[in-house]
Ligand binder design. Structure first.
Ligand code: SF4
Length: 444
């Protein structure tokens, strides 16, 4: 079907893939809303649909293609823009999908507003492709584009790219080598967010522990956190995820001594078997990871500690899996994210033999998910009766939900709207979904 030129007034956006992708989509969506466009849920008939794609596995490529086709079915006359990691790596495959009007690489996605005129006024037969293969060329990651949740929590991207080249990961190719956002700009953006009333800033990026910027002197993540914690009005800073080898004693001590930096670390483990860690090209052995856990427990006792595990990576034997399972059982994790290995062409692991059969990988995944559930329950039970400080941001009828500094999600009943507030609560129960039930405490 031929599309006729059309003024863009309504827009919908959708994401395939990770939390970073999601927060980037949110940031673009916020910019459209700020500029007066009507943002509609994906699935409605709109003038423009933006799809932020993922390429982390072959299955993610297929999902991205399926969502593009779906977008066309939902809104046959809408201009379709495809961006993100799949667009960066495989623009030629996307060009073949009927209905696509514009393909933007990862560096170009924030330039979408420069193309609206083109989208409104042309009657394209073939998509316009703007993908810079030098993905590391852009130092300024997403100036002025901020993802937010109900004007309570803002996701501030401080860094882009990674050069660790884990053998299963396409990200260094899709997002380029590491580059950090300027210290001054990042701080200015954080101050602006605090002055707009955001109480929590979540630092995001691809490998944020590698943050490093030269401004008269070399500045690292600890310098950034230290400067941010004295921003007027900013109540909380949360760090999204850190590679184990980037966590320093100085960082842990800074977190311990801070009343602003949340006691919450997410440290991907992937496997506890050294043979597998080597095959994954991870930058540590399990002994290093164990030493780090000991340090975390020593310096930041009681903090939230999450991790990612991959099961079914090529070569993982029953014994290797048991090694991981035993480690996870006795580690102080408070929640787990479990992933089943999925092949991604063009990565080093895609040529590895000795594949784990899907049924075995599924069983291992279920076992670990159950272990994660037990860890989470144990963490909640340990805090039963405790006082928590929770930033509320969601509401369902008279029930509000939010997270404590140490990443406990709670639900409370309240007749007054407590969104955007940090309130003291006491944990009194756990619901069937493993979410904490709490009551408001008035401290006065
Ligand atoms: S640390 Fe490894 S898994 Fe994470 S983005 Fe870099 S290469 Fe990918």
């Amino acid at each position: 079907m031929n599309k006729t030129p059309r003024k863009i007034r309504t827009v919908s956006l959708t994401t395939v893939g990770c939390k970073l992708n999601q927060s980037e989509t949110d940031a673009i969506q916020n910019k459209f809303a700020e500029n007066g466009y009507s943002v509609k849920p994906f699935g409605e008939d709109v003038d423009l649909t933006i799809i932020n794609t993922c390429t982390v596995t072959n299955a993610a490529d297929a999902d991205s293609r399926a969502v593009i086709r779906l977008a066309r079915r939902h809104a046959p006359q809408a201009r379709i823009v495809v961006t993100g990691c799949y667009a960066q790596i495989s623009p030629a495959a996307i060009e073949k999908i009927p209905g696509v009007d514009l393909i933007l690489g990862n560096n170009e996605k924030y330039s979408i507003f420069d193309y609206l005129d083109h989208l409104e006024n042309t009657k394209p037969n073939t998509p316009l492709v703007r993908v810079n293969n030098d993905v590391a060329c852009n130092n300024d990651t997403n100036q002025g584009f901020i993802a937010t949740t109900s004007r309570t929590r803002a996701f501030l991207k401080i860094q882009e790219g990674c050069d660790y080249f884990c053998s299963y990961c396409i990200v260094p190719f899709a997002r380029g080598l590491p580059r950090s956002r300027s210290f001054k700009d990042t701080l200015a953006e954080a101050k602006k967010l605090a002055s707009q009333g955001y109480q929590e800033i979540v630092l995001t990026g691809v490998n944020i522990g590698t943050y490093s910027f030269n401004e008269h002197k070399p500045l690292a993540l600890t310098d950034l956190l230290d400067a941010m914690q004295s921003i007027n009005g900013l109540k909380r800073i949360r760090i999204s995820s850190l590679e184990p080898n980037t966590i320093t004693t100085d960082l842990l001590k800074l977190m311990r001594d801070s009343t602003v930096i949340c006691r919450h670390l997410h440290v991907p483990l992937q496997s506890a078997c050294n043979k597998q860690l080597r095959a994954m090209n991870r930058k540590y052995l399990i002994e290093d990871y164990q030493r780090l856990l000991d340090q975390i427990v020593d310096i930041l006792p009681g903090s939230a500690l999450g991790t990612d595990i991959i099961v079914g990576f090529p070569g993982e034997t029953d014994h290797d899996f048991e090694t991981t399972l035993n480690f996870v059982h006795s580690a102080p994790f408070t929640y787990l994210h479990v992933f089943r290995y999925s092949k991604r062409d063009s990565t080093a692991s895609s040529s590895l033999k000795d594949r784990v059969d899907p049924a075995t990988a599924k069983k291992r995944s279920q076992t670990l998910i159950e272990t994660g559930r037990m860890h989470k329950l144990g963490y909640l039970k340990k805090h039963m009766g405790s006082l928590l400080h929770v930033l509320f941001d969601q509401r369902k009828k008279d029930q509000y939900s939010g997270y404590s500094t140490n990443y406990i999600q709670v639900l409370v009943d309240s007749k007054t709207d407590i969104r955007k507030q940090i309130r003291s609560v006491r944990l009194i129960g756990i619901n069937e979904k493993g979410v904490g039930l709490a009551e408001l405490i008035d401290i006065g």
